[in-house]
Design a protein around this ligand. Structure first.
Ligand SMILES: Cc1ncc(COP(=O)(O)O)c(C=O)c1O
Length: 437
């Protein structure tokens, strides 16, 4: 049951937040936030006790679910012992977390630089790649998001980049294997040919790295055709380009493996992470480096730093969260519940003519809505919304389901602790809302 933990009403909280704080990626006059007072498991509540099932793990990050007391205790203990140490210090939490991540990360990725979150993990990966290769260009996909800071914003291929241009020079965007619901997918061979042609035209010797989300997140849960990532690995090796897997969203069990790239058995040169690393209980990100790249910085200075690098509170939280993934077998649960979710998504597609496509891997899922199945015209345009999509958002909210609705898509990304019952509850709300639409 919800117990109110706020002194203010939901309406008072919303009013004051709107008056004195800025909401991201929004025209401030049109934001309509849900006042959130407390959360537990897969649910959260408003101050007045309205319950929502969290079908997006907030921002695809609270992977272990809300309010895990083991993690709360670890945070309290670290805060009481040593809440902060500067980055030139060596702390136990930092030591143990580096060692633990080296066991989890693919291949010989066993050295880590800790950051505040995902965007600055990518910023530092850019620095590592440029300093290691001596080259300056960076490739990334058009359908991608890599963060809101200056460099990561330029890597970002989607329209969130436009307002920040012109920015850091040297970024080249590559077409994804996916071209939207009407044109569909390239084969792995076609997409690899596009990539190699881009590399040739740009000049292989000028390209430091290719940043990619192994499974693209907010741009549509794009699961690459089999053979594509293996081919990217081969092209990167062939041309001396670092392959950088941005696993900020896809990491830590979301796809049913520790990292999405593990689904294809590939070892990238650098791996960036955040979100699920601490399940967002406190902020922390990291760049993982393969041993030979880390060794490059043994006698060369690594030019990068942050006041909150290797923050003890973040490191201690991550250690406790990693323990929860293991103790509660959450990666396995993501695989098992992922199979149930795939069926539930397919059922939606069978039942509702507006469902043009469903995609999922583990508990990373998405529905693309269309006007009709003949034209496959999206229910909202690229980079836009529409009355039906706005209405669907309202219906979800009224029905007590929280998820991410973007353009003509909505996501199904519950915490990895979700049970079959809870999954069915969420999908029953979705089914009802789609019928009402
Ligand atoms: C793939 C990916 N990379 C980077 C980021 C940026 O992370 P942060 O918002 O923690 O800076 C995100 C955030 O959603 C992301 O999804």
């Amino acid at each position: 049951m919800a117990t109110t933990t706020t002194q203010m009403s939901g309406a008072e909280i919303v009013d004051l937040c709107r008056k004195h704080t800025v909401f991201e990626w929004s025209a401030q006059g049109s934001v309509d936030p849900i006042p959130m007072a407390r959360a537990k498991g897969v649910y959260f509540w408003t101050p007045e006790g309205k319950r929502y099932i969290d079908f997006n793990s907030q921002l695809m990050c609270v992977n272990i679910g809300h309010g895990d007391e083991r993690v709360v205790r670890a945070i309290q203990e670290q805060a009481a012992t040593l809440p902060y140490a500067n980055p030139f210090m060596a702390t136990e939490a930092r030591a143990k977390l580096g060692a633990k991540l080296s066991q989890i990360a693919p291949g010989d990725i066993d050295v880590f630089f800790f950051t505040n979150g995902g965007a600055d993990a990518n910023e530092n990966a850019i620095k590592v790649a440029r300093q290691y290769t001596g080259r300056h260009k960076i490739l990334s996909f058009y359908r991608s998001y890599h963060g809101g800071t200056a460099g990561a914003m330029m890597l970002t291929g989607d329209p969130r980049r436009w307002a920040a241009e012109p920015g850091m020079a040297g970024v080249v965007h590559v077409l994804n294997p996916y071209h939207g619901i009407q044109r569909g997918w390239d084969t792995a061979e076609q997409a690899l040919a596009t990539l190699e042609e881009t590399i040739q035209l740009e000049g292989p010797s000028t390209i430091a790295a290719f940043f990619l989300e192994p499974v693209t997140g907010t741009n549509g849960v794009l699961i690459p055709p089999d053979g594509y990532l293996q081919g990217v690995r081969e092209l990167c090796t062939k041309y001396g380009i670092l392959m950088v897997a941005d696993e900020v969203m896809s990491g830590f069990g979301r796809t049913g493996q520790w990292f999405a790239i593990d689904n294809w058995g590939i070892v990238p040169d650098l791996l960036t992470m955040a979100k699920g690393l601490t399940s967002a209980y406190v902020p922390l990100g990291a760049v993982g480096l393969r041993r030979p790249i880390a060794d490059h910085f043994k006698d060369k200075v690594f030019y990068g730093g942050l006041t909150y690098n290797s923050h003890p509170l973040g490191c201690a939280t991550a250690l406790a969260v990693l323990q929860v993934y293991e103790d509660d077998r959450l990666i396995e649960n993501a695989r098992r519940m992922g199979a149930v979710m795939k069926q539930l998504l397919n059922d939606l597609q069978t039942k509702h003519a507006t469902v043009g496509a469903v995609r999922s891997i583990g508990l990373f899922g998405l529905v693309e809505l269309v006007k009709d199945r003949q034209s496959m015209e999206p229910l909202a345009p690229f980079n836009g919304t529409s009355e039906p999509m706005k209405r669907l958002s309202r219906l979800f909210r009224e029905g007590g389901l929280y998820t991410f609705v973007r353009w003509n898509t909505f996501f199904t990304n519950p915490p990895l602790i979700v049970t079959e019952d809870e999954l069915r509850q969420g999908f029953a709300i979705i089914d009802k809302c789609l019928s009402a639409l």
